[in-house]
Design a protein around this ligand. Structure first.
Ligand code: SF4
Ligand code: SF4
Length: 560
């Protein structure tokens, strides 16, 4: 396959293929509703806040929280301020904190009589404010993605005019999609009170995700659908809903294969966000670049990028605009560098790139370079039978295919802090108690059924560390790595196995050898047990029988 068509031909092929290929979306997605009556709190210098309040006469109520000194002593200005928003009360209490979202803002301030007071209760006898207009020099809510209903304009007149026009429309009932869902069954955050994975918790620019009573919870009212949590989740426990990961995979596969067939060229996939990136996609875009609009650029994750290449794209670009939240960009850079490192190890070119607006305008040269790279033959992938590990299965299928198209390395590459790798067990000290197996959320660790054994499948391990914490003997350690050897990665390996221990009285198998030896070693030396060490080698029934026989023979023994 080679670049042998003209730009008009390529653009025509793109147009045809994109028109006939759609992402399957839930047309009636689950939503959350906001209800507001129009109680507005205006925070900022009192003069500006009062003038803003004057421009919002139709609201149910207006309250000013003056947190900065007035901006001008000009007489005419002050005259205007004095006559503005008559009847609107100003409060001067120190702001302690704001929580909530459209229709539910709780604003805490220092109370006059000491302690903390809820301003809405004091000012308007309501449980909350509906809308906050913030004119402060710096925002009172310090988040990259602000809650719906909180409008920070600072002292920017154009933004203030926009907000004043928008606020009266924020009265009534509004719906917003639930972008993300959580499947607690497969989440590796916490098991049996032990802490494991925290990957999703650190990159939410809207502060919508938290660990509540040891469970990962998303506040759907605060969630903007940024997708950093779903991008980083190694188990797929937290997943995007618009589109689902499976829909996006299927769309990528169809789009790339149809384009390759139509244009006879390996395309470049360009992920961009709906809101700001779409404006930058014009007819000037090279005909071999297929733009895909997502709610945020983080919605497609490492499995989608590498699968797109494995389906036959020659490059994947992600368009970062000035509006992308810095936290999301930082997160993407980390994941892209990991994915490119994986490509590099197998001898593939660096096919994944985060680009900005200037790069987008200057794509011709890099695109010409990538046409000289080896063309990837599309993979024939198998639908994953294991739905709980679908994300990892797809990722590894893509890695294996890309590897087979390059150096076919069979090595393991140690990379710190990645959710892929092995567990190591000190077999001499492991008692096969199976605490780790019952804690492992992905079933990477398995018991031996009827036989005392501990088995492990590397491909299923997300390096959450729950097994390490659960192990009472402290003999488990984690080894983060990417294993390019498919066979060893997918194999059920035996970490330890041994014969069962047979009761010395009835011969039934009742424990593992290691466990009985450990018990004998630990409690056998204790004065209360030393006379009856042999009983530790008996099953429960025989131990009771043996004790009663002892008592019958010598009834006073138990009193001694
Ligand atoms: S498994 Fe996923 S949802 Fe659970 S803590 Fe880790 S990243 Fe979060
Ligand atoms: S084997 Fe251990 S580290 Fe790996 S997924 Fe299971 S509990 Fe987590």
């Amino acid at each position: 396959m080679s670049m042998r068509q003209s730009q008009p031909e390529l653009k025509q092929a793109r147009q045809q293929v994109m028109a006939s290929t759609q992402i399957l979306q839930n047309l009636i997605p689950p939503t959350v509703s906001y209800t507001t009556q129009g109680h507005v709190l205006i925070i900022g210098p009192e003069d500006l806040a009062r003038l803003a309040a004057d421009s919002l006469p139709t609201m149910a109520s207006r309250v000013i929280l003056a947190n900065e000194t007035i901006t001008s002593q000009d007489e005419a200005h002050l005259e205007k301020v004095i006559n503005a928003a008559e009847g609107v009360e100003s409060f001067y209490n120190k702001l302690k904190g704001i929580k909530g979202f459209l229709g539910q803002f709780q604003v805490n301030v220092d109370a006059d009589e000491g302690g903390v007071a809820e301003l809405s209760k004091v000012a308007i006898r309501q449980a909350h404010f509906d809308i906050i207009l913030d004119l402060s020099t710096s925002p009172c809510i310090n988040l990259e993605m602000l809650p719906v209903g909180y409008l920070y304009v600072g002292q920017d007149e154009a933004k203030l005019a926009d907000a004043i026009a928008q606020i009266p429309d924020l009265v009534g009932e509004f719906d917003k999609p639930r972008y993300v869902k959580v499947n607690a069954e497969v989440c590796a955050h916490n098991r049996n009170g032990l802490n494991g994975c925290n990957r999703c918790l650190n990159f939410c620019p809207a502060d919508a995700i938290s660990s509540i009573e040891q469970k990962i919870e998303i506040d759907p009212y605060l969630c903007h659908g940024a997708g950093s949590c779903t991008n980083l989740c190694p188990t797929g426990a937290i997943s995007y809903d618009l589109p689902t990961p499976a829909s996006l995979h299927s769309y990528l596969e169809k789009l790339i294969s149809r384009y390759r067939k139509e244009a006879q060229v390996a395309p470049v996939i360009l992920f961009h966000d709906n809101m700001n990136g779409s404006e930058l996609i014009t007819e000037q875009l090279s005909g071999d670049v297929l733009p895909i609009a997502l709610e945020e650029i983080t919605v497609a994750s490492i499995d989608h990028w590498l699968a797109a290449l494995a389906h036959g794209a020659r490059e994947v670009l992600i368009l970062n605009t000035d509006s992308s939240a810095p936290t999301l960009v930082q997160m993407l850079q980390g994941e892209l560098s990991l994915a490119n490192r994986i490509l590099d190890e197998m001898g593939q070119p660096q096919r994944l790139r985060l680009i900005n607006e200037t790069d987008l305008a200057n794509l011709a040269e890099p695109l010409a370079i990538s046409t000289t790279w080896p063309v990837i033959v599309p993979m024939v992938h198998t639908a994953t039978p294991n739905v709980t590990n679908a994300k990892r299965d797809m990722l590894y299928q893509a890695i294996d295919h890309l590897n087979s198209q390059a150096a076919s390395i069979q090595t393991q590459v140690a990379i710190a802090n990645v959710p892929y790798g092995q567990v190591k067990v000190d077999v001499d000290k492991c008692t096969l108690c199976m605490s780790c197996v019952s804690t492992c959320p992905t079933q990477a660790l398995k018991d031996g059924g009827d036989k005392p054994a501990l088995h492990f499948v590397e491909q299923d391990c997300v390096q959450c560390g729950l097994c390490e914490s659960a192990c009472p003997e402290k003999v488990i350690s984690l080894v983060a790595q990417v294993n390019f050897d498919k066979e060893s990665r997918q194999a059920l390996t035996t970490l330890k196995e041994e014969a069962p221990f047979e009761c010395i009285r009835c011969g039934s198998e009742f424990a593992t050898q290691s466990m009985v030896h450990k018990m004998v070693e630990m409690v056998g030396a204790h004065s209360a047990f030393s006379a009856n060490v042999e009983r530790l080698k008996m099953c429960g029934d025989c131990r009771v029988k043996d004790m009663f026989e002892d008592i019958l023979q010598d009834p006073e023994k138990q009193l001694r």
